[in-house]
Design a protein around this ligand. Sequence first.
Ligand SMILES: C[S@@+](CC[C@H](N)C(=O)[O-])C[C@H]1O[C@@H](n2cnc3c(N)ncnc32)[C@H](O)[C@@H]1O
Length: 312
Amino acid sequence: MQILVAAPGFEDKLLAELAIHGISHERIGDLLFEVADDCPPLSWPINQWLNAERLPIDSIGHAAKLLRERGPYWQCFELNHLRRCQLIQDKLLKVKNKEFAYPPPKALKPMGAYCLIDENTLLCAAACTRPFASGIIPFEQDRVNPPARAYLKIWEALTLLQHAPQTGEKVLELGAAPGAWTWCLAKTGAEVHSVDRAELENGIDQLANVHHRQCDAFALKPEDEMADWLCSDLICYPERLIEMIQEWLEHGHCLNYIITIKFQGETDFEAIKQLQAIPNSWLVHLFNNKHEVCFIKHPSISGNSMPAWAPV
Ligand SMILES: C[S@@+](CC[C@H](N)C(=O)[O-])C[C@H]1O[C@@H](n2cnc3c(N)ncnc32)[C@H](O)[C@@H]1O
């Protein structure tokens, strides 16, 4: 079995996605959902605990021993019996939970995830799709430089991808204002060609490697842009973005995509299905996403499901 973790406030989206696929589940607390191992690619979990086990335990020491037998590093998901969990954690190798700014100071090592369902039942998985049990990456917030909180989305996407634009590469960034993503992308050293109908704030358009245009993003053609990365946080209907992604994929030059798909009103599960069918890409809900998902495509991705987390 595996455990799916929902982002707080988005449990109903995950439940709707499970219903669409006819996947039966057992809910554990508010945010955990136990399902069978053989799930199709899912977009709404913010972590998947793979090959999870429910294990009877008779003591704290017993729980710690069972975890140590399965892997070196473990992180507790705070479900309940938190004091007992802390005593288990004290018997395991220390894991760092310190906040960090993007990029992570060093490779994020794989950690198992566990919680106590009741005093005598351990739920654990040695491998997860994301590097933290809850699915939440502990970013240290920057309230000074980026002009919007949206920077956390691109930090999260790049952290999960474990690849970023390189110096000299061309990033075309659509829907860039007020400029939080632009600020992050410029820090990679790439040439960031930002596009929005509005201006960028905080002098971000003055950065040497930022080239801002005020125009309609949908007027741009892949053959004129020849970008290495297409990044978009545009507010628009999913169908328009799907058309644009298809056009760029057909053109074939651009290999790297980070695109926010925003939903107004109901979640568009038909759009989700179409995006999930694009080979070698992930369509994932980020913890820092609102009612939106993130389409990520990169040559390092194979299939449509995130694999067990492993540093590259
Ligand atoms: C959510 S905001 C982007 C925030 C940005 N990612 C950041 O980090 O600061 C969406 C932006 O899309 C822009 N936008 C929407 N439709 C557009 C279009 N057709 N052409 C250009 N910009 C557009 C809006 O002007 C708005 O600034």
